[in-house]
Write a protein that binds this ligand. Sequence first.
Ligand SMILES: Nc1ncnc2c1ncn2[C@@H]1O[C@H](COP(=O)(O)OP(=O)(O)O)[C@@H](O)[C@H]1O
Ligand SMILES: [Mg+2]
Length: 375
Amino acid sequence: MILPNATLGVLGGGQLGRMFTLAAISMGYRVVVLDPDPHSPAGTIADQHIKADYHDHAALQLLGDACAAVTTEFENVPAESMEFLETLCAVRPHADSVRIAQDRIREKTFVQEQGLATAAFAAIYEDADIVAAMQTLRAPLLLKTASMGYDGKGQVQVGTLAEARTAHEQLGNTACVLEERIDLEHEVSVILARSVNGEKATYPVGENRHVNGILDTTLVPAALPPDIARNAVDMAIQLADSMNYCGVLAVEFFYTRQGELLINEIATRPHNSGHYTVDACATSQFEQQVRMMCGLPPGDTRSLSPVVMTNLLGDIWQQGEPAWQVVLNEANAHLHLYGKNEARPGRKMGHINCIADDLEQALATTAAIRKALSI
Ligand SMILES: Nc1ncnc2c1ncn2[C@@H]1O[C@H](COP(=O)(O)OP(=O)(O)O)[C@@H](O)[C@H]1O
Ligand SMILES: [Mg+2]
């Protein structure tokens, strides 16, 4: 067990790294952040900020020497860098798990190998793959870059062979997946923690609403039949076990209009759709991340309240700082801002958790706040 006063490291200093840092500091740990951005949201509040590239071996050496354990806030950290860190300190989650999650081809193949369903897809490396895939897949389709995509970036909707070819060129002829567009009833996600010893704790299923490929709202409890919710949790647990996962894992699902659960993607870290846990669960997903990397048992994941999480994107900063008093005047609205120095359209700047005795009330408070902030 790694106990308070020990130093913990995090690869990446965005909002997820920041909320990890806040949780770790409040539990009495010291935190070192590695992120090249001098203004990174986590770097500015950590005990130490190493401003260097994720490939920089000297910087990784410094981090690994300083820390009892290192975790990550994003999948795109080079798996080789995590492997190198594994020679210096505990690294949780393991590099192997991150390697699976950072490539959509590897990820979907791995999911199917576990006997779990994904949307029908084909791996695309070259033109011949597109031609073959167009004969078996049913349009409309989405072409997605295999790596580095997030918030709907690196995705193009296509219907015909010609469109698929143009889209592949547009995406730089890089490795991609071509995937059937699913007729969605809901999108849901499961956040879970799995400890070094294989103990697991799962959070309540969240229902996620996306706008332009970016998460907009998470609602808990999700409007799912109880047996489907149980299935989603079981599928997430199966994936975590099959990777011998250690850490916080997020699993995104499509719930189809035909009543089927498909795994969309996984994230080997806390997730935007788990931000509700900070104000509405006994243990937040960030405290859980600290616990998992320190070899502690999972904290209680019980839900304390229905909750609606609303993302705040840079778009609402166009007329200057939003009128936060409309949020802060609500007793049950919790404002979280990430301390980013520049607001750009589509950039995640913060979120609000509205809690209430029932979801309807939380939605009503959310609606009033959204109206006042013009979201
Ligand atoms: N096959 C699909 N069918 C329907 N909607 C999709 C599909 N793929 C992606 N989307 C929509 O786009 C969002 C972002 O896509 P996702 O594959 O999760 O990539 P990202 O890594 O950008 O989150 C999804 O949450 C969903 O709303
Ligand atoms: Mg996603």
